[in-house]
Design a binder for this molecule. Structure first.
Ligand code: FES
Ligand code: FES
Length: 198
C-alpha cells in the first residue's frame, strides 16, 4: 500500500490480549435481618447488588458518585454510600436499608415523625435521610440542632428546605426519650419486592 507521499506502508494489525471479565463470586450478607446468599460479579457495587439482586429498591441511585446520599445504607449500623462500596467489601456484614427500619408493624420513630412534620421529600432523597438519621438517633438519642445538621450534611435535596427534617428529628428524639410507643401501625407486604425471592 502506498502512503499519500508515495512511500510504501506495511499495515500490520496489533491484537491486544483480551482481558478477562469479572469473575462470579459467592456473596453472603445479612440484609434487613435476613441472610442473603448470591453469586455476584467480583467488581459489583453494593448499590447494584442491593437493587438488582436482593430487591431492596428503597436504596436509590442519585448521582452515582458519592455526592447526594440517596444510596445511603447502614453497614453494621454505620451509614455508607452504597454507590461507593464494593459488595465484596461488606461480605458477611449486616446491611440495613430503608425497608429494614420499621420494627414489625411499627414504623421507626423518624419515619413516623417525617410523616407528621412534613420531613418527607421525594422518593429519591427520603430513604437516604431516614437511614442516616436512624443511625444518628441510635448513637445519640438527643442530638442538638448542629449535630442533626452535621449528620445530614451529606444528604442533598435540591428541591426544598431542611427545616422540616430537623424538626422531625427533634420530635423523633423526644419520642425515643419518652419511651412511648407509636400507636400507628403499618402492614408490610409479605414480599415488598415481588420478583426477588431470596
Ligand atoms: S448515588 Fe450514592 S451518593 Fe449519590
Ligand atoms: S431531592 Fe428529593 S425532594 Fe429534593
Amino acid at each position: 500500500m502506498e502512503s499519500p507521499c508515495g512511500e510504501d506502508v506495511h499495515m500490520s494489525v496489533i491484537r491486544l490480549p483480551m482481558l478477562p471479565g469479572p469473575e462470579k463470586i459467592p456473596w453472603k450478607a445479612k440484609v434487613n435481618g435476613k441472610e442473603i446468599s448470591k453469586h455476584i460479579e467480583s467488581n459489583a457495587i453494593l448499590l447494584d447488588v442491593l437493587r438488582d439482586q436482593v430487591g431492596t429498591l428503597g436504596v436509590k441511585r442519585g448521582c452515582d458518585m458519592g455526592t447526594c446520599g440517596c444510596c445511603s445504607v447502614l453497614v453494621n449500623g454505620k451509614p455508607k454510600l452504597s454507590c461507593l462500596v464494593l459488595a465484596q467489601e461488606v461480605e458477611s456484614k449486616e446491611i440495613t436499608t430503608v425497608e429494614g427500619l420499621s420494627d414489625g408493624h411499627h414504623l421507626h420513630p423518624i419515619q413516623e415523625m417525617f410523616s407528621e412534620y412534613g420531613g418527607s421529600q421525594c422518593g429519591f432523597c427520603t430513604p437516604g435521610f431516614l437511614v442516616v438519621i436512624s443511625s444518628l438517633l441510635e448513637e445519640n438519642p438527643t442530638p442538638n440542632e448542629l449535630e442533626i445538621k452535621n449528620a445530614i450534611e451529606g444528604n442533598l435535596c435540591r428541591c426544598t428546605g431542611y427545616q422540616q427534617i430537623v424538626d422531625s428529628v427533634k420530635a423523633a428524639s423526644e419520642l425515643l426519650v419518652s419511651g412511648n410507643k407509636i400507636e400507628n401501625t403499618t402492614t408490610p407486604k409479605s414480599n415488598p419486592n415481588p420478583g426477588f425471592e431470596n
